[in-house]
Design a protein around this ligand. Structure first.
Ligand code: ZN
Length: 145
């Protein structure tokens, strides 16, 4: 199996069997809703931060396979991370899809599957929508505390 096939498999697996899907709509979950009009993606992400750590991430949305699978990958990757680690991973993900060289790709784990998005600029917003949601959610929670 070549690398591109492996990446496609990760994306399709998360698209068909999304992790952490479905919102709680209750305290202490903090919700951020963002859309990507260029593709029609509509994403909601909820997080819980406790003692500087992301203890839960929920996601739900409508859209293309890149957007929806990326939300699933993001949720799995960020649960359990400290806020600082999560912010670092989010920025690394943005750098990767923009085609920048990363000193340490390993921390992106399965999210590496979206590396090919850099060759399709129109899909960058699809791949990053859920990440923009969680980034804003972390920011809002931090400024609330
Ligand atoms: Zn999309």
């Amino acid at each position: 199996m070549d690398l591109n096939t492996l990446y496609r498999t990760v994306i399709m697996d998360h698209y068909k069997n999304p992790k952490n899907k479905g919102l709680k709509n209750t305290d202490p979950y903090h919700l951020v809703h963002l859309t990507n009009p260029s593709c029609g993606d509509d994403m909601r992400v909820e997080i819980v931060v406790e003692n500087g750590r992301v203890i839960d991430v929920r996601q739900d949305g409508k859209g293309c396979s890149i957007c929806l699978s990326s939300a699933s990958v993001m949720s799995e990757l960020l649960i359990g991370k400290t806020v600082e680690e999560a912010k670092d991973i989010i920025q690394s993900f943005y750098s990767m899809v923009k085609g920048e060289e990363l000193p340490d790709e390993d921390k992106l784990e399965e999210a590496i599957a979206y590396k090919g998005v850099r060759d399709f600029p129109a899909r960058i917003k699809c791949a990053t929508l859920a990440w923009k949601c969680v980034e804003r959610a972390i920011d809002e929670v931090e400024h609330h505390e």
